[in-house]
Design a protein around this ligand. Structure first.
Ligand SMILES: NC(=O)c1ccc[n+]([C@@H]2O[C@H](COP(=O)([O-])OP(=O)(O)OC[C@H]3O[C@@H](n4cnc5c(N)ncnc54)[C@H](O)[C@@H]3O)[C@@H](O)[C@H]2O)c1
Ligand SMILES: O=C(O)[C@H](O)CO
Length: 324
C-alpha cells in the first residue's frame, strides 16, 4: 500500500509518531529551531498532510506550496499562527488539541501565581547563594487566601484555574468575551474589564491571541491595577505590551509579574524583563508534561489520520470546510 506523504515541523511524542509512521511517509524536521520556510515550501510540494509543532506561520503563501494538502494538524490548542480563512479558501481542514492540556496548563498557571506570591524561586536562589535568614534581599511574600483573583479569558483553562483558586480560598471575578451561563458552578462573578483591573489583587490572562486581544494589556491597563497587583500571563506573549509591562514593573505601578509566555519568544538574554527583580519567567511550558504532550500528540495524530481518510477531524477549528 502506498503511504501518505506527510510533513512534520517537529516530532510528535513516540506513540503518536509511530502510529503516523505506520501509514505515512514522514518528512520530519528534527534539527531543532523552526524549520526554514524555503525547506518547508520544498517539502510541501508532494505532501497530503502537514503536522505543525512550534512557531510555523500557515498562510496563503505556505498553502500555495502544498497544492495536494488534505489536512493540517497542530499539536497545540492556540492557533494564532494559522490563517483560518486561508485554510477555508484552500479547502483544508485544520485541527488543534483543545481539552487534553487543560489541567497541565492550569497547574502551571496557578503554580506561577503561588511561586511568585511566596517567592519560591527567589528563596531557592537565596539558599544557593549561601543565605538562609530573611532580610532585605528576600522580602516576605503575600497570602493568596482571601484575595481577589481576576481571570481574563474564562474558557476551558480559565475555569480550571478558577477551580484551583477556589480551593485556595480566593474570591474569583472574571472578564470574558461573553459572560458564562455556568458562572455559579465555576464560582466566579463577571465584571467589566476596567472593573476587574481595579478590583483584582491577582490577574491571570488566558485568552487566545487575536486581533481583539493583541496588546490588551498596555500602559493604561497597568495604570488601572492596584500597585500591589500580581500579574500572570499564560496565554500568548503579544496579548501584553512588553514595553508597558517593563515600565509598570520598574515604576511599581504593579507589584509583580509571572509569565509563561513573552513577546518576543524566546527572550534574548539581555532583555529588560530579565533584569527586573519583581518577575518570574518560564519558557512556555504550560502543557509540557510527558502525559499531556503525549495526549496532545495522539489527538494531533487522530486529526491527521482522519483528514487523510477524508473524515471529519476529532477537533476541527474550521468545521465548515468542504473536505477535499
Ligand atoms: N502557556 C501555555 O503553554 C498554553 C497552553 C495552552 C493554551 N495556552 C493559551 O491559552 C489560550 C486559552 O486556551 P483555552 O483552551 O482555555 O481556550 P478557550 O477557547 O476554551 O478559552 C478562551 C476564552 O477566552 C475568551 N476570549 C476570547 N477573546 C476574548 C476577548 N477579546 N476578551 C475576553 N475574553 C476573550 C473566550 O470567550 C474563551 O472563554 C489558548 O488560545 C492559548 O493561546 C497557553
Ligand atoms: O496553545 C498551546 O497549546 C500551548 O501554548 C502550547 O503551544
Amino acid at each position: 500500500m502506498q503511504k501518505h506523504q506527510v510533513v512534520m515541523t517537529g516530532a510528535l511524542m513516540p506513540p503518536a509518531l509511530e502510529r503516523v509512521q505506520a501509514v505515512c511517509e514522514v518528512k520530519l524536521w528534527d534539527q531543532g529551531g523552526v524549520i526554514p520556510r524555503e525547506v518547508l515550501f520544498d517539502w510541501l510540494r508532494d505532501a497530503v498532510g502537514l503536522v505543525v509543532t512550534g512557531k510555523v506561520r500557515v498562510d496563503d503563501e505556505l498553502l500555495s506550496h502544498g497544492p495536494n494538502l488534505k489536512v493540517i494538524a497542530q499539536s497545540a490548542v492556540g492557533y494564532d499562527n494559522i490563517d483560518i480563512p486561508a485554510c477555508i479558501r484552500h479547502g483544508i481542514p485544520f485541527g488543534n488539541t483543545p481539552g487534553v492540556l487543560v489541567d497541565a496548563t492550569a497547574d502551571l498557571t496557578f503554580t506561577l501565581l503561588l511561586s511568585a506570591a511566596r517567592r519560591v524561586h527567589e528563596g531557592w536562589n537565596f539558599v544557593r547563594e549561601g543565605h538562609w535568614s530573611l532580610g532585605k534581599d528576600l522580602p516576605y511574600g503575600t497570602d493568596i487566601r482571601g484575595k481577589t483573583l481576576g481571570i481574563v479569558g474564562m474558557g476551558r483553562i480559565g475555569a480550571a484555574v478558577a477551580a484551583r483558586a477556589r480551593a485556595f480560598g480566593m474570591k474569583i471575578i472574571y472578564y470574558n468575551r461573553t459572560p458564562r451561563s455556568d458562572e455559579a458552578a465555576i464560582g466566579a462573578t463577571y465584571q467589566s474589564f476596567d472593573s476587574l483591573l481595579a478590583q483584582a489583587d491577582c490577574i491571570i490572562v488566558l485568552t487566545p491571541l487575536s486581533a481583539a486581544t493583541k496588546g490588551l494589556f498596555g500602559r493604561e491597563q497597568f495604570a488601572r491595577m492596584k500597585p500591589t497587583a500580581y500579574f500572570v500571563n499564560a496565554s500568548r506573549g503579544p496579548v501584553v505590551d512588553t514595553a508597558a509591562l517593563v515600565e509598570a514593573l520598574t515604576t511599581r505601578k504593579i507589584a509583580y509579574a509571572a509569565l509563561d509566555v513573552t513577546d518576543p519568544e524566546p527572550l534574548p538574554a539581555d532583555h529588560p524583563l530579565l533584569k527586573l527583580p519583581n518577575i518570574l519567567v518560564t519558557p512556555h511550558i504550560g502543557s509540557a508534561t510527558t502525559e499531556t504532550r503525549t495526549a496532545m500528540s495522539q489527538l494531533t495524530a487522530d486529526n491527521l489520520l482522519a483528514g487523510l481518510a477524508g473524515k471529519p477531524l476529532k477537533a476541527c477549528v474550521n468545521g465548515e470546510v468542504n473536505y477535499k
